[in-house]
Design a protein around this ligand. Structure first.
Ligand code: NDP
Ligand code: MG
Length: 380
């Protein structure tokens, strides 16, 4: 594969799988970034030999610079460092695999250089989808989704006209608490919530999958990526996670994309599109899968999904506020400071308080995001 790749968040779940794919397809790695896991970042630098590595944490960056002083790699730090990595001239493709809206500035920086964005970092689209999509159009930057559902929709749209879409069927596994009542949800623990039935992912998205906020974020992500209305997206529970999403057309024909629950497939496709290549992922054994089933999501129990679908319909800053509040609330839950259902309570209270604000610029969105987070942390 003739690609020069920059990975933002290379030490995370998507980042590590991206390196697997690149190793298997033979692309070049130009820059890597981490928050503070410099042990793994050092190993990655020694193996993939990027010219630049960025570490968000300044102290960790200094330590890493000493450790890799025998190599020609340059080490930078902080948000400026992430932005520098994202805009590195030698890279043509940026995999955005950082967790959270911290990916916004670096993603915009890469877009302004006209690079291809292999987009995993959904929070960026949730809080600033209009700005990101507009910048991509202005600078001719391709945004190819990595999120498995959006990759499936993207693939199901190929060769078809967007004008002929009736609706997008966004599938969801339902997470570890599928079928639970509201009462049962009150007593679940962090360990229960971290046990996803089908996917191994970073902790934040795993909790989002348990609350189904993840599907809400994906609902908003789909609106921006495919320019459809909220009314054109239907969430469907599909516990086997084999169909990764579908597009229904005006003639009632439905096109779906299927594959094993292995993120290396959508990561790879975002790199090789419009071509396909043999890669490291496993194949589906349909006889082992047996049956594919579908259910309606329970919006009275999975209130985060309902909240996100409601925010998606509003033209104010509800989505950005909801995202920031959710990042803070999930962090509190992971540190066992709040219970599982308090995630929704805190996020909905924050959206009610701050969601009506209007934001037009990146700085305004970041300011509002900071306010939303402080409000949540202040409540715990
Ligand atoms: P992980 O938590 O596994 O990894 C996150 C990465 O981002 C790590 O490299 C981490 O560095 C870095 N990072 C975290 N916080 C910061 C920060 N403040 N500044 C700079 N870097 C930071 O997450 P995932 O790989 O699971 O998810 C990444 C993104 O991809 C998310 O937006 C998620 O929604 C999306 N996604 C993930 C899927 C999956 O299967 N995992 C599927 C679909 C989408 P460090 O290691 O040093 O902490
Ligand atoms: Mg997904």
């Amino acid at each position: 594969m003739e690609k020069d790749v920059i990975i933002l968040g290379s030490t995370g779940s998507i980042g590590r799988q991206s390196l697997d794919v690149i190793e298997s397809l033979g692309g070049r790695v130009r820059a890597l970034t981490a928050n503070r896991n410099i042990d793994l970042l050092e190993q990655q630098i020694r193996k993939f030999k990027p010219e630049l590595a960025a570490v968000a944490d300044k102290k960790a960056a200094e330590t890493l610079a000493v450790r890799v002083s025998d190599l020609p790699v340059r080490i930078v730090s902080g948000m400026e460092g992430l932005v520098e990595a994202a805009s590195l001239p030698s890279g043509d493709t940026v995999i955005t695999a950082v967790m959270g809206m911290v990916g916004l500035k670096p993603t915009l920086a890469a877009i302004r250089q006209g690079k291809r964005i292999a987009l995993a970092n959904k929070e960026t689209l949730v809080c600033a989808g209009h700005l990101v999509m507009k910048a991509a159009e202005e600078h001719g930057a391709e945004i190819i989704p990595v999120d498995s559902e959006h990759s499936a929709i993207f693939q199901s749209l190929e060769g078809n006209s967007k004008k002929e879409i009736k609706q997008i069927l966004l599938t969801a596994s339902g997470g570890p608490f599928r079928g639970f009542t509201e009462e049962q949800l009150k007593n679940v623990t962090k360990a229960d919530a971290l046990k996803h039935p089908n996917w191994a992912m970073g902790q934040k998205i795993t909790i989002d999958s348990a609350t189904m906020m993840n599907k809400g974020l994906e609902f908003i992500e789909a609106m921006h990526l495919f320019k459809v209305t909220p009314e054109q997206i239907k969430v469907l529970i599909h516990p086997q996670s084999i169909i990764h999403s579908m597009v229904e057309y005006v003639d009632n024909s439905v096109i779906a994309q299927m594959g094993p629950p292995d993120m290396r497939i959508p990561i790879q496709y975002a790199l090789t599109w419009p071509e396909r290549m043999a890669g490291p992922a496993n194949k589906i054994d349909f006889l082992k899968v047996g049956s594919l089933t579908f259910e309606e999501p329970d919006l009275n129990v999975f209130k985060c999904l309902a909240l996100a679908m409601d925010a998606a319909k509003r033209s104010d800053s509800s989505c950005a506020v909801m995202n920031g509040a959710n990042e803070a609330a999930v962090d509190l839950f992971l540190r066992e400071k709040i219970g599982f259902t308090e995630i929704y309570d805190l996020v909905s209270e924050t959206v009610a308080k701050f969601g009506g604000a209007m934001t037009n610029t990146v700085d305004e969105i970041i300011e509002l995001d900071t306010e939303a987070r402080s409000f949540v942390y202040g409540k715990a």
